[in-house]
Design a protein around this ligand. Structure first.
Ligand code: NAD
Length: 556
């Protein structure tokens, strides 16, 4: 196929689709894999807004502009096995000679020197088309749709049930805002955890997308209807999820007026970006768009004030008994800037629920079938169930995911695995490719929201026991370790999850093509990547991490 035929078939803006099957378009699987995953990130089944190359998380993009996508495709189609493509904030800027064991793509997104690392400076550079916001897996080409966050959200809600409600969330009402790319996982995760879910999003299209992908059960524009459905479902102990088209602050205010105090309250609106993410209350989408264009300073002011109001209601619910936690979108910081002095009176989800898992090197391990065949994923599911018979939680997750998760784009699976387990899973998958049980190679990657790949003091590294929350040597070491261990593409980003100035993080993806080379890479990358998480937490003084470090001989 010629370059122009390829573009016609797979990349006619805004209609993108990854090639399927086991025939190469690029010169090697090492280059074909990032090519397919870039296109998959932009597939309309996967991306929230392909027209603007936005994948998820507010304005998280896979590429800087249309020209960059086309150039990236051209370069990946031409890339030799001893070359690496350089990507600067979503734009391909060069090809360098490296070697066959080096990553094929080296990506740096949204990085700014600390003194200039804020949205104002970023937006000026974005106006000049010099930079792009890569979020976490958007700009590093391993976003797999809402399933990617589904298990993490489920783990969080389930841990909340265990910690505060004697085991589970049955008979409990969970209320949240934001039903976008990531937030859209909340309704399904909540119902899998046994809860009744009521969520608000100002944008009806976002809720409709969750209905289409079976992540949410019901949708309405009426507060009264949503409230009555939720109360009835809670009463009947029915895990039902309801999406209300509304500002989240308005929903919380009405619930408070009606004396309804949810058991759990959190939020996943795109609060990390007060200008392009959060919609101030009282504005329709069109009005918000207009104000954003005409008066960004006023927009931001209104946005911060709305967040203060929103968090004020969350705090009121907390004082009346709701378990309230931040869900990683920096809402507390911007609410504080907007005038809510007590915004940090509730904790983030990592110190509340997730850190013990990070101490074991556990995090959002995921893989995608480059063949495009759902059966390839079901085959990997079967293999994991067979080889990890004692991991009941994982088996139960896979069974539920098979039943409830609709694939988006290339079939994929997520499953939180830890130190030792990731390497074992990788080697099993490599054998499946080698023996022809899978129709084409798979790629293994993870979110940047992982145990050893991120510094984010209001999220992943909030409240570290040694106070090392803001030290970003750790994600840099993670990047260097994966680059020298044989990852197929690596990335370093700034601002993911919580916005400019608040986080730095690294990503990696590894090709599993059944070869001996892949086997060696798996043994290094899928050992060293979680090892960084264990080492990071052991160094901070977490006892569990010290035990795991000892078990895997990571201690020096
Ligand atoms: P998204 O942009 O796809 O969706 C955000 C949604 O919030 C949109 O649908 C928008 O309409 C809605 N929204 C904005 N203002 C609102 C308001 N006032 N009331 C009701 N709805 C409103 O973003 P996403 O990918 O879903 O991510 C959401 C947030 O979660 C981001 O800040 C992201 O950085 C963060 N995040 C958290 C995690 C985690 O693990 N906790 C992981 C990734 C991202």
């Amino acid at each position: 196929m010629t370059y122009s035929e390829f573009i016609k078939k797979y990349a006619r803006h805004p209609h993108y689709k990854a090639p399927r099957g086991n025939v190469l378009n690029a010169k090697s699987w090492q280059a074909e894999a990032p090519l397919r995953m870039l296109l998959n990130n932009l597939d309309e089944e996967v991306a929230e807004d392909p027209e603007h190359l936005i994948v998820y998380g507010g304005t998280g993009q896979a590429a800087r502009n249309k020209a960059s996508v086309l150039k990236m495709i051209e370069m990946l189609l031409e890339l030799e096995e001893d070359q690496s493509l350089l990507v600067q904030s979503g734009k391909p800027v060069g090809i360098i000679p490296t070697h066959t064991r080096a990553p094929r793509v080296l990506i740096a997104n949204s990085n700014l020197v600390p003194e200039w690392a804020n949205w104002e400076h970023f937006n000026q550079l974005k106006e000049k088309d010099l930079i792009m916001y890569g979020q976490m897996t958007a700009g590093s080409w391993i976003y797999i749709g809402s399933q990617g966050i589904l298990q993490g959200t489920y783990e969080t809600f389930a841990a909340c049930g265990e910690k505060y409600f004697n085991g589970d969330l049955k008979h409990k009402l969970l209320v949240s805002g934001g039903l976008g790319g990531m937030g859209g996982a909340q309704p399904l995760a909540a119902t899998i955890a046994g809860a009744t879910f009521l969520g608000a999003d100002v944008n009806p299209a976002r809720i409709e997308k969750r209905l289409q992908t079976r992540y949410i059960d019901k949708m309405t524009y009426s507060y009264e209807e949503a409230r009555d459905w939720a109360l009835e479902a809670k009463e009947m102990e029915m895990p039902v999820s309801i999406g209300l088209v509304s500002d989240i602050g308005d929903l919380l205010e009405k619930l408070l007026k009606d004396g309804i105090i949810p058991d759990v309250v959190t939020d996943q609106t795109s609060a990390h970006d007060p200008l392009h993410g959060y919609i101030p209350d009282g504005f329709s989408l069109a009005e918000a768009e207009k104000l954003r264009k005409n008066n960004p300073v006023l927009y931001k002011e209104k946005s911060l004030k709305s967040m203060a109001r929103h968090v004020g209601f969350m705090l009121e619910m907390q004082s009346k008994g709701s378990i309230t936690f931040d869900y990683g979108n920096n809402l507390r910081e911007f609410a504080k800037q907007g005038g809510e002095p007590d915004a940090f009176n509730y904790k983030g989800f990592v110190p509340e629920f997730i850190r013990p898992q990070f101490c074991e090197g556990k995090g959002p391990f995921r893989w995608a079938a480059l063949s495009g065949e759902p059966d390839d994923i079901f085959e990997t599911d079967r293999a994991l169930i067979e080889h990890f018979p004692d991991n009941k939680k994982m088996i139960s997750w896979i069974q539920q995911a098979q039943e409830k998760v609709a694939f988006q784009g290339l079939p994929s699976r997520i499953c939180w695995l830890g130190m030792g387990e990731r390497e074992k899973a990788g080697l099993i998958f490599n054998q499946l490719v080698k023996n022809g049980k899978l129709k084409a190679p798979v790629v293994i990657g993870r979110d940047h929201l992982d145990c050893g790949s991120v510094a984010s003091p209001y999220r992943e590294t909030e409240g570290m026991i040694d106070g090392s929350d803001a030290i970003s040597d750790w994600p840099l070491l993670n990047l260097l370790a994966n680059t020298s261990s044989g990852a197929t593409w690596v990335s370093f980003h700034h601002g993911g999850g919580v916005g400019m100035g608040y986080s730095q993080h690294a990503g990696m993806v590894l090709l599993v093509d059944g070869s001996e080379n892949a086997e060696e890479n798996i043994k290094r990358v899928l050992r060293n990547d979680p090892a960084l998480g264990v080492i990071r937490h052991a160094d901070a003084g977490y006892e569990k991490a010290e035990e795991v470090a000892h078990k895997f001989s990571l201690k020096i």
